[in-house]
Design a protein around this ligand. Structure first.
Ligand SMILES: Cc1cc2nc3c(=O)[nH]c(=O)nc-3n(C[C@H](O)[C@H](O)[C@H](O)COP(=O)(O)OP(=O)(O)OC[C@H]3O[C@@H](n4cnc5c(N)ncnc54)[C@H](O)[C@@H]3O)c2cc1C
Length: 434
């Protein structure tokens, strides 16, 4: 008997689940629902536009979407167009794979000032996420501060540090290319609370700072560990490579290129300073590391004038009506992916927002294994019931074929060797589809 499955979210968490389901269960019908008309979640809207090879993983998901047992239903939002309870009444299994799209707050005074952004907003802006099209960060000032020591922080700094020519060949949103092309940015500060050995970024991302056309990375040699520290033991390979790269950057003077990327450690933001509703600076406190690896403020503060602050300190999930959410762990309450009978979680909705695209793969396999154990209910007609409901509500569903038409239009509109010129609003996409 056919097992019917609805997956909410078409990012890696959702598509790895769809792929595993079609592999493990011959007789299944899988609907992958997304609030956007475009599939693939953060592969399209998070991964940096100059990391096109990373985005190629979506080819694997495209194969799944083209399996006759699978459908993509874009422009359908759970909690707007239909409820989780409705989906559960129509499908044998529902998988929540909605990611973690909301920026975590810094929780310091001044955060509400104009010119302060979270990474999901800022990255969404340059990646043409329709939610962030109107963000319009003004980069006309000379100094940008990035808070955080993960790869997202480095992505943000790198994208702004690039020249117009460097970003024009990527699929960065055309309005962001225009802004970056003319920005007279001079200094980009990346602030990490702890030291270089604790930083979460990976050496590949650090390395890219060494190959930018107009920007040069700078590091204070005093913050680096002693030369004789042993980083060769197992599991410290990334640290060893990071430190080697940072040592190389520590000899730069800043005169080499017009834009300076200051990679700074042992400092945390205390307050964002402003005037007339806009950011004018940031007050930082120096920190020191404790034996347990955490850090505390030393009481010594300093102010840095700046006009844009991007905090890259992580994101949070959106809740869905009818699914228990664990605020503390920042994910849906689940035991190894199971939330309730017939209700599962995959990807960041299951684990919280950590890990790479590939980290979501086992989540999908686990979901498929649990769905295999279910006894299908013939009354749960899945796709047929969903189509009737969405039709009745007048929802304009974007199918995978529609998406392929949008994709072809984006590729056709590309210039300067860019892979595509992205649509930047849902209306634009729906208009194009007619
Ligand atoms: C800025 C950034 C850069 C990254 N770069 C890399 C990288 O270079 N390499 C790498 O391996 N990993 C990278 N990652 C990590 C990787 O993107 C994640 O591991 C992965 O995308 C998580 O998958 P997910 O499916 O859980 O969430 P997402 O990819 O966020 O997908 C969630 C999907 O759910 C949809 N959705 C949300 N709510 C609803 C709703 N109510 N109804 C319907 N649909 C909904 C969203 O529109 C979205 O499409 C990056 C992450 C970020 C934030």
């Amino acid at each position: 008997m056919t097992v019917t499955v609805a997956i909410i979210g078409s990012g890696p968490g959702g598509f790895y689940a769809a792929t595993a389901l079609t592999k493990e269960i011959e007789d299944c019908r899988v609907d992958v629902i997304d609030r956007l008309p475009t599939p693939y979640g953060l592969i399209r809207a998070g991964v940096a536009p100059d990391h096109q090879s990373m985005k190629k993983v979506s080819a694997r998901f495209e194969k799944t979407a083209q399996d006759p047992r699978v459908r993509f239903l874009g422009n359908v939002e759970v909690d707007r167009d239909l409820t989780l309870a409705e989906l559960r009444s129509m499908y044998d299994a529902v998988v929540i794979a909605t990611g973690a799209p909301i920026d975590r707050r810094l929780g310091i005074p001044g955060e509400e000032l104009e010119g302060v952004f979270g990474s999901a907003e800022f990255v969404g802006w340059y990646n043409a996420h329709p939610d962030q099209r109107e963000l319009a960060p003004s980069l006309e000032s000379g100094t940008l501060v990035v808070i955080g020591a993960g790869n997202v922080a480095l992505d943000v700094a790198r994208m702004v540090a690039k020249t117009g020519d460097e970003v024009r060949v990527t699929d960065m949103a055309h309005y962001a290319v225009d802004e970056i092309d003319v920005t007279p940015i001079k200094d980009i500060y990346i602030y990490a609370r702890r030291g270089p050995l604790q930083a979460a970024f990976t050496h590949k991302e650090v390395q890219e700072f060494g190959h930018l056309e107009r920007a040069i990375p700078l590091v204070d040699p005093a913050v680096l560990p002693p030369e004789d520290i042993d980083l060769t033991s197992k599991g410290r390979g990334n640290q060893e490579k990071n430190i080697a790269l940072l040592r190389g950057y520590a000899v730069n003077t800043g005169d080499e290129k017009p834009v300076k990327i200051h990679i700074a450690f042992y400092a945390m933001p205390l307050e964002i300073l402003g005037d007339d509703g806009r950011v004018t600076g940031i007050r930082m406190e120096r920190t020191e590391l404790l034996d347990d690896g955490s850090c505390v403020g030393t009481g010594e503060t300093f102010d840095l004038p700046c006009n844009v602050v991007v905090s890259c300190i992580g994101t949070e999930s959106t809740v869905l009506e009818g699914a228990p959410f664990d605020e503390k762990r920042n994910r849906f309450v689940n035991a190894d992916g199971k939330i309730d009978d017939g209700l599962f979680a995959s990807g960041w909705a299951r684990r919280g927002p950590t890990g790479t695209i590939g980290t979501n793969h086992p989540d999908g396999v686990a979901v498929a294994n649990m769905v295999m154990e279910l006894t299908p209910d013939p009354a749960k007609t899945g796709p047929d019931a969903l189509d009737a409901l969405l039709n009745e509500r007048g929802v304009r569903v974007v199918t995978f074929d529609d998406w392929k038409r949008l994709e072809a239009a984006e590729e056709e509109a590309a210039s300067h060797g860019a892979p595509r010129r992205k649509f930047t609003s849902i209306d634009e996409m729906l208009d194009r589809l007619g």
